[in-house]
Design a protein around this ligand. Sequence first.
Ligand code: ADP
Ligand code: MG
Length: 409
Amino acid sequence: MVSEELTTLEQLQTNLLESYQEEFPNDEPTICAFAPGRVNLIGEHVDYVDGFVFPMAIPLGTMIIGKALDDSITNTCYIRTLSKDVGEPKSIEIDLTKEISPLKSPKWANYVVGVLALFLERMKPTKKQPFRILIATTVPIGGGLSSSASIEVAMCTFLELLYKKSLTNGQQLSKVDKALLCCKAEQVYANVPCGIMDQYTACMAEANHALLIDCRDNTSKSIPMTNKEVCVLVTNSNVKHELVAGTYAERVRHCQEAADILGHKKLREVTSIKELENVRDKMSPVIYKRAHHAITEIKRTEAGAKALSNNDYTEFGRLMYESHESLRDDFEVSCEELDQLVSLARSVDGVYGSRMTGGGFGGCTVTLVAKSSVDKCIETIKKGYKATASFYQFVPSDGARAIDLKKHQ
Ligand code: ADP
Ligand code: MG
């Protein structure tokens, strides 16, 4: 087997149930919520400029199991992650009688606590319900497949199920509002100035479809991806260059600076590259390059969705290569490893296109490849890549949902 065997939801639930039994013998959880990670096919670093993005949900994700606790006995929520790849401690307690503020540590907990705080603020339940939960994920953490949105949206789904009976119909969150709430949790509690793409995908995605999202008005269109002869191959570079922490926020600022010079709220409003050229002498070369990426990437994404709707994989692949080059040269968020993975993929017959995906500086590439050439592509990358990569073949998956709990024997 050359690509990773995917952990099934059933296996993930079994692991969680075993941990739950160990920690709370003779007790059973009653709720199980799941939300997927995502891979972005094209449209990188443009959600926060109100652009178009074109991701799909993946069959990896975050699962949360747990139950309500008796509020005549406790006011405290217990939250534990099984993830080895986040900092200590692995569990925290939240007192519901106090205001819920961002935690200094552990950092991971803010992704969960932020959703809890904003959910309570938004839904204003008459009674705050204490609970205990365990969390586990199959999304590689910090790998560009959005473990962060996946944990946020899983948490929000858990809370919707927890409060199901006590909230009236008018109080239900729409899927878009749910995505906005989770996005705000990441911005305010985890302090990441992210756009809406990841949370939107985790909430709205449909199996066998990619999602063209218009981040200006938060609407989307599902585009079928049912051709069994074509495969989405994700290659994890297994590197993450930490020295560039803070660069994401810097890129967000650069794009806003460019929009301000152009006299627009966001770069999405720019109608042509000529408009940018007209003010080129008013901006630094760096700001020009950032804007050039964003404006051309938005156009590529619209064109890409059209190409895929027409089953034109050659055109979609060409746009993927262009996107990578723009991210490398104009946006400067690629790195040697990602560039190498893309050029190795490009050397293989049957590969339509390949590009870095996610924030950059490591993480993953996404490659569109004929099914008959996947093994050859993996083999070529394994042979030529300077580090050790891992490979996933993904079909587009469904968004967040409740999962039935198996009875534990
Ligand atoms: P990505 O979303 O690409 O995986 P991010 O840096 O945006 O990377 O988010 C990763 C962070 O999200 C982790 O460092 C951790 O704080 C939090 N996180 C994600 N999944 C989990 C999990 N299962 N348990 C605890 N924290 C998690
Ligand atoms: Mg993330």
